[in-house]
Design a protein around this ligand. Structure first.
Ligand code: COA
Ligand code: ZN
Length: 328
């Protein structure tokens, strides 16, 4: 049996824990950040207009989602779907206290976000050389420097900040990412002023054992209340990986309504862990999230119409099937 470190002390492997009666510390409040508007939409071929994005934000706010990633201030040539970032932030600001962050890969992005009135920004640092080249056309060293300078400048302006560590588990170009490198980059982002470090399984290739191993290593040096998990469900491991994170004390998770998602620069990156599926897990464990799952599923019908295809969330599909069964 393998052991991982759990808040600095040995913990049993997940399979030996009492799943039927969650311990009280598994019931704390969990912050869910819906990333559909950025991670979800950036990959869609069908253009989604600002009005549809605003409607989705209103639906998520009404469902009690406390935090969203609203858009990204990137090159509109690289990601045309995010060309309306300024207008989207204006819509998001009207929905306070909903927290809305914007991705800013460099100082130019930060300047645009500040001009739009953003109060929270995020940088994305990929943990491998090749992924940084493909995503933001920089070497790992250059991307680290630019991410850190962007975080420092954001903090100096009083913004809240998130630092993503992309391809933290597996990279589509370089295979398994060394945990020591993830730690080193996480510490650099923290030092530069990231309020929160978000460990991302960008291509949805991690297993719960990998989540235990990597987080177990990171938590030796990073405080658990500053750590979040961003999971994709490409291989059906999203909920299992979230559970592994919960067991290690992580209380911040990204997810996307309907499970929409993917990254145009990472081959094989499919949908994010669905917000409905994550909230179903959290509700079942007795965690408080403030999110009303049925109102999240209600947001999915107009989103499906806007992107022109069905969304993959298992909870969403099951709730529709149940409703159809009841109606017949
Ligand atoms: N917002 C808008 N435009 C930007 C920008 C930003 N944050 N940063 C740079 N640009 C513009 C430059 O002004 C320049 O414009 P010009 O050609 O009209 O003069 C052009 O983009 C190229 O700039 P350069 O500094 O040479 O960057 P690049 O071509 O190497 O691209 C990025 C770098 C980061 C801007 C680009 O790769 C990008 O936006 N990638 C998107 C990453 C992403 O969203 N990934 C998914 C999420 S992880
Ligand atoms: Zn992602």
């Amino acid at each position: 049996m393998s052991f991982v470190l759990h808040w600095g002390r040995p913990a049993t492997a997940m399979s030996t824990l009492p799943h039927l009666s969650p311990s009280p510390d598994l019931r704390e409040r969990v912050v869910v950040t819906d990333v559909a508007l950025r991670d979800g939409l950036q990959n869609q071929t069908q253009h989604v207009g600002t009005a549809d994005k605003a409607a989705l934000m209103r639906a998520l706010a009404a469902a009690g989602v406390p935090s969203i990633e609203a858009t990204s201030f990137v090159s509109p040539r690289a990601v045309p779907q995010m060309a309306d970032a300024t207008a989207v932030i204006a819509e998001a600001l009207a929905l306070a206290p909903l927290r809305a962050s914007a991705l800013t890969p460099n100082l130019k992005g930060l300047e645009r976000a500040l001009a739009a009135g953003a109060r929270e920004v995020a940088v994305v640092l990929s943990c491998t050389e090749t992924m940084n080249r493909k995503n933001i056309n920089m070497s790992l060293a250059e991307a680290t420097r630019v991410s850190c300078e962007t975080l420092r400048a954001a903090r100096a302006q009083g913004l809240a900040t998130r630092g993503y560590l992309a391809v933290a588990f597996e990279c589509p170009f370089e295979g398994t990412t060394p945990p020591e490198r993830v730690l080193e980059l996480g510490l650099a982002l923290l030092e530069a002023g990231a309020d929160e470090i978000v460990v991302a399984d960008t291509i949805g290739a991690a297993s719960p054992a990998q989540v235990q191993q990597l987080l177990g290593r990171l938590l030796l040096q990073l405080p658990v209340d500053r750590l979040g998990l961003h999971l994709h469900d490409t291989r059906g491991m999203g909920v299992a990986n979230a559970y592994a994170g919960l067991e290690l004390g992580v209380r911040r998770f990204d997810a996307s309504v309907g499970g929409i998602g993917g990254c145009p620069f990472a081959p094989g990156a499919a949908g994010n862990l669905a917000t409905e599926d994550l909230v179903y897990l959290l509700d079942g464990l007795g965690h408080e999230t403030g999110v009303r799952i049925e109102l999240v599923t209600a947001a999915s019908a107009p989103l499906e119409a806007a992107v022109g295809h069905r969304l993959p969330s298992r909870y969403l599909q099951a709730s529709r099937a149940t409703r159809a069964g009841t109606a017949s």
